[in-house]
Design a protein. Structure first.
Length: 118
């Protein structure tokens, strides 16, 4: 457990450092379309819903609401790591996700960021 926490802390640290060197700039308009196809099957952006997963409204910049996730806030690096492979971050998560390409992840994150800024 401690080794896993250290691994993800190091992964987050190095991804944050490297993100300053070669960040793929996301397109929020395209991200809205990608999120609708990839995320909104189980999640939603409105409060009242019968979705499987929680609301993603305002997720960017917020602390994770699920336990066992080694992130302080959902920022670019944390969301990228989570969207790349949620089960690597939290093995017992119910979130099953086919691989998302780096460009699609960047666009989804840009969309979530734009929605959080409203």
């Amino acid at each position: 457990m401690i080794l896993r926490s250290l691994y993800f802390t190091a992964l987050l640290f190095f991804s944050t450092i490297s993100s300053g060197l070669a960040v793929e700039v996301g397109d929020a308009v395209r991200g809205k379309i990608v999120a609708k196809v990839r995320c909104m099957v189980c999640h939603h952006l409105e409060a009242p819903s019968r979705s499987i997963g929680p609301s993603l409204l305002g997720i960017y910049g917020q602390a994770p609401s699920i336990t066992g996730v080694p992130f302080m806030t959902w920022n670019d690096a944390a969301l990228d790591i989570w969207l790349a492979n949620p089960r690597a971050v939290k093995p017992n998560t119910r979130m099953a996700l086919p691989p998302i390409a780096p460009r699609d992840r960047a666009d989804i994150i840009a969309y979530f960021k734009s929605v959080s800024e409203l």
